[in-house]
Ligand binder design. Structure first.
Ligand SMILES: [Zn+2]
Length: 246
């Protein structure tokens, strides 16, 4: 069976905001695309809903939090992103709801992005394994918060000290979605993506996957995705247009 072809994502934008549940979520594929875009001079900011403090079995959350935040900041730096925010929700038990929407809407209003990037929030990644609960809650909240951010009367209490509504987000792009119909050529920035994943050293060690190689792992996804886009390596994204009537 021929794999479905992917369309290239538009690159006629200047500012993007990435909102994901955990440190490392962007590094499993999207970071190489981020590196490509920052290399084009685009401004990209990361926002982590949690600090991934429940992600390492052998390290208690209080000790884990600063470790994972530091790894994420370094990981971002390696792909040209020098601003990383942590919203401080509790790792593992993030709930979709109004508080999460409000927190994300506030970040959207402050950064005024044209594109918002999140992770896959479908039930699975295309196989049988179920997606993780925080990923699903955050992705759904991102879609709603982008619209909330543009409405003056939703989370109106945020509009102080010059903060204004922001309705300029054109689309939300979900990385690694099984529903992806778009892709980004990451051939030239693949290595930066590998480095950004490898920067999560404590996390990777904590997984205890003996002999696991970030490069080999990422290549296993980037090559078949590249084939669908007609390039050597690529990252897949599902596009959610944020206008009305698309
Ligand atoms: Zn995650």
């Amino acid at each position: 069976m021929e794999p479905t072809p992917l369309e290239p994502l538009p690159e006629d934008w200047e500012r993007a905001l990435c909102v994901v549940a955990h440190p490392d979520d962007l590094e499993f594929g999207a970071a190489a695309a981020i590196a490509r875009w920052t290399g084009q001079g685009k401004h990209i900011v990361y926002c982590m809903v949690t600090s991934g403090e429940a992600g390492i079995d052998g390290i208690a959350p209080e000790e884990c939090r600063p470790l994972r935040e530091a790894e994420q900041i370094e990981s971002a730096r390696l792909v040209g992103v020098d601003e990383v925010e942590f919203l401080g929700f509790t790792d593992g038990i993030v709930e979709y709801g109004v508080p999460l929407r409000a927190a994300i809407a506030q970040v959207v209003r402050r950064h005024r992005p044209e594109i918002v990037i999140t992770g896959n929030f479908r039930d699975t990644f295309g196989g049988r394994n179920l997606n993780q609960a925080d990923h699903i809650a955050v992705g759904r909240a991102v879609l709603d918060a982008v619209r909330d951010a543009g409405n003056r009367w939703i989370f109106h209490d945020q509009l102080v000290d010059g903060l204004e509504p922001w309705g300029g987000v054109q689309a939300v792009w979900a990385a690694n979605s099984p529903g992806a119909e778009h892709g980004v050529d990451t051939t030239d920035t693949f290595d930066a993506g590998v480095a950004s994943l490898a920067a999560h050293a404590a996390y990777i060690e904590g997984l205890g996957w003996e002999g696991w190689d970030p490069e080999e792992f990422l290549e296993g996804f980037a090559r078949p995705t590249g084939q669908r886009l007609g390039v050597a390596k690529a990252a897949p994204f599902e596009v959610f247009p944020m206008g009305w009537g698309d």
